[in-house]
Ligand binder design. Structure first.
Ligand SMILES: Cc1cc2nc3c(=O)[nH]c(=O)nc-3n(C[C@H](O)[C@H](O)[C@H](O)COP(=O)(O)OP(=O)(O)OC[C@H]3O[C@@H](n4cnc5c(N)ncnc54)[C@H](O)[C@@H]3O)c2cc1C
Length: 453
């Protein structure tokens, strides 16, 4: 650690109580949910920042980045630390820039665009938006904890994506204000397509300090679970709902048995040995959906309203990557993959995977609209971990049969599935962080020498 780092930063920040160096605090603020991956767990456990700073406004962010740049100290941005791949773990120590105190919702415009600071929690935004007749287009299942800045920095989509696509689609992120790590750090506004320079770049090429985030009109939602004798039945039923635009839905999820058995807090809605579909549907369509479920051979095991993030039970707590959490609670030997199946070939792909891996891979499907407006079966299969080699074999086999895999067991952007083929995140890093001080080690295609020579 650089001598006097905390003391010097205390001169830069208005209140020295917001410069933190207690080891337990640093340890907490340096980690996320990377432990979902048995591969990343040993690699990242010991990595900690030297100091954490909690700015309250853009001027303080600028001041910290100026200081860090002058002294060549790495800076790793942190929202709420719910990322899954050690995205906010500082590999080379330095400053953890914790933005949790920059959490204001400045306004929701009459056109339904939320103007927010990055530390604003998504659950708080959903709650406030619904009071005004708006709601989030999509959110991760970590809704209650995750920050909007962290979602833009490290997330991809979630509940709502079946209708509104991923975070980077359909102009959802209208504009972002970003502080650069140039020789003279400055505030840059990215609007329209320019937001893609920074989206899902893991804080490697700028610090997001303000966000213009498009909402959608609020809907009265119902949450339903339907049990089916077989996975195939559950899948076909959920697909029929997901693909048909007349159903207004926020979530279309499928769990192969025994995944539902892991959901211990909601045992009464689970049926022994049966697959389950979980659907969030406009409440005025809940009756019709129940009828369609019965026709398809399913049993509706729960139907209740969604009344915002405090709803009990909040069934989205079992969807997306929360499913993996319940699996790991039931048996720590489980981990996961992130896949995309072919809309046309998926049933054959399921068959091949089952033949190849049996119950080593359990299907968990999340339907999601892609940028072309096509609803596709995304998946976060639960997999039984034995060795890294076996996990890599599974990934290679998936890819060989046309199943897309975003590898959640690596700690760098390029293999994670959201690194842009047009390289604009890398080009932005070369421009805005030429010395490679922002979250070093996470964008491995970046070479400092290539920029500074
Ligand atoms: C149980 C569970 C379920 C999940 N489900 C989903 C899901 O459904 N969909 C999904 O997309 N993700 C999901 N995730 C991953 C994660 O929750 C989301 O990506 C979430 O949005 C991260 O928000 P955060 O505030 O915790 O970000 P953090 O973990 O704090 O940060 C994430 C990344 O963004 C960077 N970052 C943070 N703030 C900024 C900023 N202001 N400027 C620039 N970079 C920044 C960080 O450096 C880091 O690289 C899940 C994770 C868990 C543990």
């Amino acid at each position: 650690m650089r001598d006097g780092l905390a003391a010097e930063l205390s001169e830069v920040i208005a209140d020295r109580a917001r410069v933190l160096s207690a080891p337990a605090v640093l340890d907490r603020l340096s980690h996320d949910f990377y432990w979902y991956s048995p591969v990343l767990r040993p690699l990242l456990a010991g990595k900690v920042g030297d100091v954490a700073v909690q700015p309250v406004n853009v001027e303080e962010v600028l001041a910290v980045l100026r200081y860090a740049g002058r002294n060549e100290v790495p800076v790793t941005v942190r929202g709420a630390g719910t990322g899954n791949y050690g995205q906010c773990v500082p590999l080379e120590g330095g400053i953890v820039l914790d933005l949790s105190l920059m959490d204001k919702l400045e306004e929701i415009t009459p056109a339904g665009v939320a103007v927010c600071q990055p530390g604003l929690r998504l659950g708080a935004l959903e709650t406030e938006a619904r009071k005004l007749g708006w709601e989030l287009r999509m959110y991760p299942s970590t809704l209650v904890k995750a920050s909007l800045g962290g979602f833009l920095g490290g997330g991809s989509g979630g509940i709502g994506s079946v209708t509104h696509g991923g975070l980077r689609d359909f102009d959802t992120v209208r504009a972002i204000e970003v502080v650069t790590m140039e020789e003279l750090p400055r505030v840059v506004l990215h609007e329209g397509v320019a937001v893609h320079e920074i989206l899902h770049a893991w804080g490697t090429n700028g610090v997001i300090t303000r966000i213009w985030f498009a909402l959608t009109q609020a809907v009265e939602w119902a949450q339903l679970t339907v049990a089916f004798d077989s996975y195939e039945q559950a899948f076909r039923f959920a697909r029929s709902i997901a693909m048909d635009a007349t159903w207004r839905k926020r979530l279309a999820t499928v769990f192969e048995w025994p995944i539902p058995s892991f959901f211990t807090p909601v045992k009464p809605i689970v049926r022994e040995g049966k697959a389950m579909a979980l659907i969030m549907i406009a409440s005025d369509q809940a009756g019709a959906l129940s009828a369609a479920a019965s026709l398809a051979g399913g049993e509706v095991t729960f139907c209740g309203p969604y009344e915002g993030p405090r709803t009990q039970p909040l069934l989205s707590d079992y969807s997306w990557n929360h499913t993996t959490l319940w699996a790991m609670k039931a048996d720590p030997a489980y981990t996961y993959l992130q896949c995309g199946f072919s809309p046309k070939e998926c049933e054959e792909q399921f068959r091949l995977l089952r033949e190849q891996f049996g119950d080593e891979m359990l299907f968990h499907i999340e339907f999601m609209k892609n940028a072309d407006g096509v609803v596709t079966p995304g998946a976060i299969p639960v997999v039984r971990f034995t060795t890294e080699e076996r996990l890599n074999e599974m990934i290679a086999y998936c890819r060989s049969i046309g199943v897309f895999v975003a590898n959640p067991h690596v700690n760098y952007l390029e293999d994670g599935g959201r690194f842009r083929a047009d390289n604009i995140q890398l080009l932005a890093k070369q421009k805005y962080d030429p010395r490679g001080l922002l979250n070093p080690g996470k964008m491995i295609s970046f070479r400092k020498e290539a920029v500074t020579k």
